[in-house]
Design a protein around this ligand. Structure first.
Ligand SMILES: Cc1ncc(COP(=O)(O)O)c(C=O)c1O
Length: 500
């Protein structure tokens, strides 16, 4: 029988003012609730009218000033603060929600997932583990994602802030698994051990540089293999390099394969890299930040064949699953190696036989962070409501849009493709006879700015074989075919104006 609770303090202590951050009276709750409803109405109005708004607009100095306030020692009414935000914040974000936003590789978000995030924030669950429903939801999401990617059902995984973190976690597991000694105990300071090497291609995303630096492998421990004209690593060069490195007494450890390069959307020959890794006993890691999601489609799953053989696979859900930031995923074939890289013990975090801590903190044991939010909810709810078929359709739709843009570029004497288009990334430039590469670089650099500042399109840029390219990466569920027809026409129109 529970013991009665005896107050050791005087009963009248509650009559003293003890402020909290909750509204202090029923009326104040009512006021905050009304503000909440208004905020929801405002953001729905904003989302429902995105197409009528500019894709991007520069922030006026007055708005920057209005937000750069002195440290607020005294508070002020929420209503008043919200008015400032509506005026000076809401119109001036980076524009990635817009139907004509295709810069870098940024997702758009969805109204439904926004609601899920609101619910998750209201619950404010701490999702390191413990006996609670959010853990079941995240484990369920990971099981679904492993199934979608063709990874074994006993694979381990973690939802992360994004692909950078998912890739970093993967590389840490790979490094430890292939080091040949207890790297967690000894670290990397023992010169007696051979140098551990990581292989990527010259097209591998810059996260890999951060990762090799942070993991103590250093840039010298990272071999970037040159690519062919398809922007895939030259696999003969890769194998030769591995063999030479081994002969030189080093320890080749990991190959990073690209499933959708950031520059051009190229997909490496995954089955061949998988086979190479097995042959040379290397860890096969796949960075599938957006490309991995092609596996959801019937039409394009063949492009990513081999992904299911990965020892570890990183991908984003805030790109080609269109969820609001931040959410990515890492899947790891060998669950023991996964936890072996991160699990720690501390008396204050001990697993218990019962109560909240029964089952321990599985998610804290699979990554860097202890405190983690409930990002799984927006994924779980979105997949439940929309269904995988809808996502497969939207991804295929983005691929068809990329093909449409490519055909418009090929048909135009004023536009030129600068790279093959295997997936959803189209790289091209405005061109006209008589202009050399230097002049075209300057012109196209200006064109990107003109397109952005017109408020009509968000495209970004890259440099391919020394030539400046406009870059359109389509991970947008709001885009329509006609948006790309308009883009091709406006590129020619703006380009003509810039050269006239
Ligand atoms: C191929 C690739 N890998 C990794 C990343 C990094 O992902 P995130 O920005 O989610 O950390 C990106 C981002 O665009 C990417 O395109």
């Amino acid at each position: 029988m529970p013991l009665p609770v005896h107050s050791t303090v005087r009963e009248d202590i509650d009559s003293l003012q003890q402020p909290t951050l909750d509204p202090p009276t029923p009326e104040a709750w009512q006021e905050l609730r009304a503000l909440g409803h208004r905020m929801l109405d405002d953001i729905f109005d904003d989302l429902a009218t995105l197409r009528e708004q500019p894709a991007w607009r520069p922030m006026p100095e007055a708005s920057a000033t209005a937000l750069s306030l002195p440290l607020p020692i005294q508070g002020r009414p929420a209503e008043e603060v919200y008015r400032t935000l509506m005026k000076h914040l809401v119109p001036y974000t980076i524009g990635n929600r817009h139907p004509r936003a295709w810069g870098w590789v940024r997702g758009t978000g969805t109204p439904l997932a926004m609601l899920a995030d609101m619910l998750a924030s209201g619950l404010n669950a701490h999702v390191a583990g413990g006996r609670q429903a959010p853990v079941v939801i995240e484990e369920t999401c990971l099981r679904w994602l492993a199934e979608l990617m063709g990874m074994p059902s006993q694979s381990s995984g973690l939802l992360t802030t994004g692909a950078t973190m998912a890739n970093l976690i993967s590389l840490a597991i790979a490094r430890n698994a292939k080091a040949g000694y207890d790297i967690r105990q000894q670290g990397l300071q023992h010169c007696a051990h051979p140098q551990l090497l990581v292989y990527g291609s010259t097209e591998t995303h810059s996260w890999a540089l951060k990762a090799v630096e942070l993991l103590g492998l250093g840039r010298d421990g990272y071999r970037r293999i040159p690519v062919t004209e398809l922007h895939q690593p030259d696999l003969d060069r890769l194998e030769l390099q591995i063999e030479e490195d081994r002969e030189a007494g080093h320890r080749p450890a990991v190959v990073i394969a690209n499933c959708g390069t950031v520059n051009t959307g190229a997909i490496d020959n995954l089955p061949a890299i998988a086979a190479l890794c097995r042959k040379h006993d290397l860890w096969f890691h796949v960075d599938g930040a957006f490309g991995a999601l092609l596996r959801l489609t019937k039409e394009y799953a063949g492009l990513v064949r081999g992904i299911e053989e990965a020892d570890s696979l990183a991908f984003d859900l805030h790109k080609w699953v269109y969820l609001p930031f931040e959410i990515g995923c890492v899947l790891v074939r060998d669950s023991q190696l996964h936890t072996a890289a991160f699990a720690t013990q501390a008396s204050y975090l001990e697993e218990a036989e019962g109560g909240i801590m029964a089952g321990g903190l599985p998610f804290a044991d699979r990554g860097v962070e202890l405190t983690r939010g409930f990002r799984a909810l927006k994924l779980w709810m979105s997949l439940q409501v929309h269904g995988i078929d809808t996502y497969a359709h939207l991804i295929a739709q983005n691929m068809a849009q990329a093909a449409h843009l490519e055909s418009l570029i090929e048909a135009s004497p004023r536009l030129e493709l600068l790279a093959p288009r295997p997936t959803n990334v189209v790289c091209f430039r405005y061109t006209r006879p008589g202009l050399d590469d230097v002049a075209l670089d300057a012109l196209n650099r200006r064109l990107v700015i003109e397109l952005q500042e017109s408020g009509r399109y968000i495209v970004s840029s890259t440099v391919l074989d020394g030539r400046y390219a406009l870059r359109v990466a389509i991970t947008n569920h709001r885009s329509q075919m006609s948006d790309f027809t308009a883009l091709a026409e406006d590129c020619v129109r703006f380009g003509d104006q810039l050269t006239s």
